[in-house]
Design a protein around this ligand. Structure first.
Ligand SMILES: NC(=O)c1ccc[n+]([C@@H]2O[C@H](COP(=O)([O-])OP(=O)(O)OC[C@H]3O[C@@H](n4cnc5c(N)ncnc54)[C@H](OP(=O)(O)O)[C@@H]3O)[C@@H](O)[C@H]2O)c1
Length: 300
């Protein structure tokens, strides 16, 4: 799924009469959406009153209807990696739910663009989003598994310094730098969520199959970075939540070469609904946790 240029966004928005596309010449791809919530929306983002009762043990069985806050500041949702399969679906789902005044979609082809290998671009983009209002939801949907030169390892014989370094740069260091610039900009009170897409295969406790050394290890590193940042975040913004999410197996370019028969695979749109439902049900005691798409905790 490609989502980057404003023309593409305009084409998408054309089918949604209630969404007004903001024409911001030098800004990133932005949807300005109504300040009300759609009572029939299947996904709510304005924090259900039901909360996760036990730390790291949420069970998202139903999707709450959205509620709308009424503070003076505009509510902003930001997606990093909006050009990806899941990232694009998240942008679309958040836009459709109309719970945020601004939905900002950053990718390597947005304006301003982001590149995980360029910290300045991450800082610039985050600063831009923060000028629009309060960052109440930020999702990092970037990630890397394979490209023309790098494939997941089946054996230690395939371990390669370049592959390891690339995986760590894109799956751990890049998201860490996003956290560096996003977390201090989250509001100091009231619910705000930073979620990064990790992967169950990054779980050390759940590793029974082996293989995929670079991807697994870089996601494990990401998980530790999330957990560590969550501790610091709690001191500054006690209502804020910093989590890692496993989206399930989702039909995207990332997973396509590894599709296996009998595997439960979600569409990006379904995955986005699941992830947003999990986020909707979280309360502050979920800070620093790792959940799957059902809201079940994943062992570290
Ligand atoms: N799909 C699954 O089954 C699955 C399962 C478990 C976890 N996940 C995780 O979910 C996340 C999203 O995966 P996906 O399936 O949506 O993958 P995807 O379609 O390949 O999207 C990956 C995203 O990461 C971006 N990205 C890669 N390198 C970048 C860089 N240097 N700078 C900025 N952005 C960069 C891509 O941007 P470009 O479009 O510019 O390349 C794209 O937006 C990943 O973290 C992945 O590990 C996915």
């Amino acid at each position: 799924m490609a989502l980057g240029g404003e023309s593409r966004i305009a084409a998408r928005c054309a089918n949604r009469p209630r969404v007004v596309l903001s024409n911001v010449p030098a800004g990133p791809a932005i949807y300005r959406v109504g300040f009300w919530a759609d009572a029939e929306a299947s996904v709510g983002f304005i924090w259900s009153k039901e909360s996760v009762t036990e730390r790291c043990h949420s069970d998202v069985a139903t999707v709450a209807k959205p509620e709308v806050g009424s503070g003076p500041a505009a509510r902003v949702a930001v997606i990093f990696g909006a050009s990806g399969g899941i990232g694009g679906a998240l942008v679309e789902a958040i836009q459709t739910a109309e719970s945020f005044e601004h939905v900002v979609a950053f990718s390597r082809s947005s304006s301003p663009s982001i590149d995980l290998l360029d910290e300045t671009s991450l800082e610039r983009a985050t600063a831009y989003a923060a000028t629009l209002g309060e960052l109440r939801l930020v999702i990092d949907a970037t990630g890397f598994l394979h490209d023309d030169r790098h494939r997941p390892e089946k054996t230690w014989r395939q371990l390669d310094a370049d592959s390891l370094a690339r995986s760590f740069a894109l799956n751990a260091i890049g998201p860490a730098l996003i956290m560096k610039h996003v977390l201090p900009r989250l509001p100091q009170s009231g619910k705000a969520v930073f979620a990064t897409l990790s992967a169950r295969v990054g779980s050390i406790g759940d590793n029974r199959l082996g293989g995929w050394y670079s991807y697994r290890a870089s996601k494990a590193a990401l998980n530790q970075l999330v957990r560590t940042a969550a501790v610091e975040l709690a001191r500054r913004s006690p209502d804020a939540i910093c989590i890692a999410l496993h989206p399930g197996t989702v039909a995207t370019a990332l997973s396509a070469p590894f599709a296996a028969e009998g595997l439960k695979v979600h569409s990006p749109a379904t995955a986005a609904q699941h992830l947003l439902a999990v986020i909707d049900r979280l309360s502050a005691d979920a800070n620093g946790c790792f959940f799957d798409w059902r809201g079940q905790p994943v062992p570290w």
